[in-house]
Design a protein around this ligand. Structure first.
Ligand code: FES
Length: 115
């Protein structure tokens, strides 16, 4: 039997994505992850660049390029779509960030979705 969404503690809240639109966090299973909110859509990925396996950010909670539309790796500038995580520019073009399914409830709490 799967747990009801109310039984699972949220990993973050939408309010945390108001100021910067991106957020780094550690999941309960120990994975480092990033959350982004682009055009109102929240998505989450493992914080690991497919190019060299390093964390993407140079500064805490900064995962989007200046335009706020694409996820950027600070190491060599690769750019990733916030929908699906495909690399569309840079040395890992065509590879993908590993997406983590999440859902947002009516109170703005962000939960891991059951995979
Ligand atoms: S490590 Fe991310 S672009 Fe090279």
């Amino acid at each position: 039997m799967s747990a009801r969404i109310d039984d699972v503690p949220p990993i973050a809240h939408l309010a945390e994505l108001e100021a910067s639109a991106s957020l780094g966090l550690r999941l309960p299973d120990g994975r480092d992850a990033l959350l982004v909110r682009v055009h109102g859509r929240v998505s989450a990925f493992e914080n690991r660049c497919p190019h060299q396996g390093v964390p993407l950010e140079a500064e805490p909670d900064r995962f989007l390029e200046a335009g706020g539309e694409l996820i950027q790796c600070a190491m060599h500038g690769a750019l990733f779509l916030p929908e699906g995580g495909e690399c569309v520019f840079g040395p890992c073009q065509g590879e993908q960030l590993r997406e983590i399914p999440v859902s947002v409830d009516d109170s703005g709490r962000i939960h891991l979705a059951s995979e």
